[in-house]
Every structure is written in structure tokens, then in C-alpha cells.
Design a binder for this molecule. Structure first.
Ligand code: HSE
Length: 310
């Protein structure tokens, strides 16, 4: 019987522009590692947080990984407990799914310590409890790709259905993370509650077009549909220089460019041969607005959270 397991969970772009709260994908180069140790005392406690975790709470109920394991622990009525060590590799409040990654890595590691391991859909439910701590609402667009890997569409909250969408092999994701923080709660609080009929039609057409373009390997369809007409226009002013960053990415050959999750990271999709130019253009545009930015180019592969040490 294992007593100590470490899991890695990747960063995510979610939402992917047009799929607000329902469409997200993994990022290969960044992630959180969580070690879960089985302890005799029937409780969930956090021993340590290292890496770029800032001032994350050690109190389980206020921490996404702790809260996720509390939900699992009480639902299964376990007679033993879990001790958690978190190593943050994803910048805080960056729009790269850091809160989801810690929760997902925790449930994946704890699952390996159970007598009867749970399905990924069951783990999704517990990780979602953790996400509520960070953003104040239940949304699965970060958690589902983090757990399942690749580009993931999630339909439903109480009984979510998860669908892995194929991504054309030539597509890369380019990310520019400006050195600033933007809280998910804050970026959600500014959103209007109503949507006009015209915006509704465009957004649904674009989402459908984007997904059909992915299935049919149709890059023109992906490019033409890569346009979030509802959320991005309301949020972009929270990110200094966003419109210039987006314009620069498109001029450098991107298929599309939008806000990663709640921001401030900006992401673009580009064919491999344009990815470096797109990255340079985005970073230069942020710099012109006085913002240094970290940057990555990632493939969108079907690798979700996984055990890395047991
Ligand atoms: N889909 C969410 C949002 C993700 O955009 O508000 C935030 O992590």
C-alpha cells in the first residue's frame, strides 16, 4: 500500500477565448507538483507550500488543494487523513489555471492512496470544490483539461460531460504573461449579466466554427471563428496594452489571440512556423506598454495531470 505520492498537474488556458467557462487546454511547460502523504489522523492538513506560491493559505479550507481533498475525504468517509506539500510552478493570479492545477494534482495524488481509486470524472467533482475557493464559483474549464489533457470541452456542472477535441498538429500556443496580478474574482465581477441577441448569435457561431475547424483540420475556419465578442471586450481594459498585443500577434501570423482565462496572460494560437515571430511580437508590444512579460510556446498535447513519484 502506497503512503506517499507526488502528482504533477499542468497549467491551462481556460477559457480559450470563445468558450467562456467551458473550453480550455493544457500548457506543456508549466505546472504544479503536489505531494500527498497518508496519515493516521483523519484530517486534511497542508504541511508546506514552496515555489512561486506567494502568500497562499496553509489552512486547508481556504486552499484549493486542501479544499479539494477535504471534499474527497468527507464524501468517502475515510478513517485516515492526508498531509499535503504543494510546489507552485504556475504564477499566481496569472490566468494560467494555477488554482485548478494545485487542486487537480492533489486529487490525482490522493487517488493513488485510496484502496479503490476513483474515476477521473469523480476526481473532477472534488477538484471543482477546490476551484470554488479561488474564484467564488464552480467552473470546470481549467480543471477538466488539467485532469484529462489536451483541448477539452466540458458540458454541465453537476454531471459534467467531458469531450477531448482534436487540435491540428501544426498548431502551437504562444503565451505572454505580463508581470502583474489580476484576480479571477475581480475579472468575473465586472462581467455584465446580460448578452445581446446579436452577440449571442456571433459567439455561438464562433464557438461552433472553432470546434468544427478543430475536428476538420480547417485552419481558415479556426482563424475566422477565433473571436470572443462577449467576454474579451469587457475584460481587455484590465490588461494594459492588450489591443496592441493582440494586433501585433495577428500581424505576425497568429490564427487568433485572446485573454487566457481571466488574464492577465494573453495567448495566441499559431502554426509552428509563425510561433516564434508571434511570441516576439507579443512580448515587444507588452514592453512598449512598460510591462515585461514571461513567454512560452507550447504544444497542445493530450497530457493531463499524472503521478510523477510514488
Ligand atoms: N473561465 C474563467 C474565467 C477562468 O474566465 O473567469 C478563470 O480561471
Amino acid at each position: 500500500m502506497l503512503t506517499d505520492v507526488t502528482a504533477f498537474a499542468p497549467a491551462t488556458v481556460a477559457n480559450v477565448g470563445i468558450g467562456f467557462d467551458i473550453l480550455g487546454h493544457t500548457v506543456e511547460s508549466l505546472g504544479d507538483r503536489v505531494r500527498v502523504t497518508r496519515i493516521e489522523e483523519p484530517t486534511v492538513r497542508i504541511r508546506n507550500i514552496s515555489g512561486i506560491g506567494g502568500e497562499l493559505p496553509l489552512e486547508s479550507a481556504r486552499n484549493t488543494a486542501g479544499r479539494a481533498l477535504q471534499a474527497m475525504h468527507s464524501s468517502l468517509g475515510l478513517s485516515y487523513g492526508f498531509e499535503i506539500d504543494i510546489h507552485k510552478g504556475i504564477p499566481m493570479s496569472s490566468g494560467l489555471g494555477g488554482s485548478a492545477a494545485s487542486a487537480v494534482a492533489a486529487v490525482v495524488a490522493a487517488n493513488a492512496l485510496l484502496e479503490t481509486p476513483l474515476s477521473l470524472l469523480e476526481l473532477l467533482k472534488y477538484a471543482m470544490e477546490g476551484e470554488i475557493v479561488a474564484s467564488g464559483s464552480a467552473h470546470v474549464d481549467n480543471i477538466a483539461p488539467c485532469l484529462f489533457g489536451g483541448l477539452i470541452l466540458t458540458v454541465g456542472i453537476d454531471n459534467p460531460r467531458v469531450k477531448q477535441i482534436p487540435v491540428p498538429a501544426s498548431v502551437r500556443c504562444v503565451l505572454a504573461h505580463p508581470h502583474m496580478h489580476l484576480g479571477t474574482r475581480e475579472a468575473r465581477a465586472i462581467l455584465k449579466l446580460d448578452v445581446s441577441r446579436s452577440d449571442f448569435v456571433w459567439q455561438t457561431a464562433n464557438l461552433a466554427g472553432f470546434i468544427s475547424g478543430c475536428y476538420s483540420n480547417d485552419l481558415d475556419m479556426i482563424r475566422d471563428s477565433f473571436n470572443d465578442v462577449i467576454i474579451e471586450p469587457q475584460r481587455h481594459s484590465l490588461i494594459p496594452g492588450f489591443m496592441d498585443v493582440k494586433r501585433s500577434a495577428m500581424l505576425a501570423g497568429a490564427l487568433g489571440c485572446s485573454i487566457s482565462g481571466a488574464g492577465p496572460t494573453v495567448f495566441a494560437w499559431a502554426e509552428t512556423q509563425y510561433a516564434e515571430a508571434v511570441r516576439g511580437a507579443m512580448v515587444a508590444a507588452f514592453a512598449a506598454h512598460g510591462l515585461p512579460a514571461d513567454h512560452w510556446i507550447s504544444s497542445i498535447e493530450n497530457f493531463g495531470a499524472r503521478i510523477v513519484k510514488s
